[in-house]
Design a protein around this ligand. Sequence first.
Ligand SMILES: Nc1nc2c(ncn2[C@@H]2O[C@H](COP(=O)(O)OP(=O)(O)OP(=O)(O)O)[C@@H](O)[C@H]2O)c(=O)[nH]1
Length: 369
Amino acid sequence: MASQAEGSSSKKKPITIITIGMAGAGKSTFVQRINSYLHSLDPPKPPYILNLDPAVTHVPYEANIDIRDTVNYQEVMKQYNLGPNGGIMTALNLFTTKFDQVLDLVEKRADDVDYVILDTPGQIEIFTWSASGSIITDAVASSLPTVVAYIIDTPRTTAPATFMSNMLYACSILYKTKLPFVLVFNKTDVQPHDFALDWMTDFEAFQLALATHGGTRDSEGEPTYMNSLMNSMSLVLDEFYKNLKAVGVSSVTGDGVKEFFEAVDASREEYEKDYLPELERARKRKEETLQAAKQDSMNRLLKDLTIDREKNPAFAAQDRWDPDAEDDDDDDDETNIIDRSADPWPGQYVDLTRAQRHPDEDINWPRPG
Ligand SMILES: Nc1nc2c(ncn2[C@@H]2O[C@H](COP(=O)(O)OP(=O)(O)OP(=O)(O)O)[C@@H](O)[C@H]2O)c(=O)[nH]1
């Protein structure tokens, strides 16, 4: 996949915002809110939106590309005999096989939009711990400046242990993706996020909250194992907090959305300074390894051919490669990702054909996990 992020052009490339968060944290409502905020600007800056949740029944915004137009998740569950999570993951795997088309559509619109927004499946691990989630994230990030918006349900994060679990999860995503990261404390209309900022900036404030929260001492008044563990982990997290931006947002009232975009715009620089050079290094390493492996295979092939020809000169004389005899089964030209803003939607489409080489083949690919 060609990187275009480093190319120079008069217009800045759009920033991709990948929204990730626990089930019910408010991802879809947040996407709807930032979408309406961008529309309300003068001049308006309508974003390009991708819905990657195949199981959602309703999204409160108009997606440009919707996974549900390509893969019927109910059908995937039936065909592959899967439960709901396996169905979502397999649907995402199937969609990922077409992601080059998605990127093409996004890149075609790169000159007209400033923001590309990805709404991810409700079950966070389906996106963050699956191969398809990584492929999608890497593909997008190698093509456009990208930032992860980690949506947190603030009212449900006021207990120190829950707060820490959520932060550890965020930390794991940050280190996995290595992308610029914005923590979005959502639902501030219900619960202001000051306590969270306090805990993130003042280590002792968190320790105090931990010590005074119920269940942290055993019957003899000693700190519990859990309490000691959380104490140690909060030290680790202290380092992690330095690497990210945090904003409080209410997706219902729109409070904090402006600050969110300031954080996103500031992340562009971070992406260019930290992520891109690392991406280039990784690419170069991969290219060198590939070249070395190719050269090695070629040397071995030539050596085998020489021995073969010496042993069987008659066969060697007939051994000619006929390019016309090659099987031409390259069906990559097939297009079936739909940009709703450009094409009419032809109806529900289930792309399972590529998973089976012939109709009665009894295989279950791609498997979840
Ligand atoms: N009060 C308040 N409620 C919110 C806010 N954002 C989202 N909600 C509510 O939180 C619930 C979950 O919101 P969704 O946007 O569906 O959350 P989600 O993370 O997309 O949910 P899944 O994809 O199903 O995991 C809904 O009832 C929303 O109305 C907010 O800022 N304030």
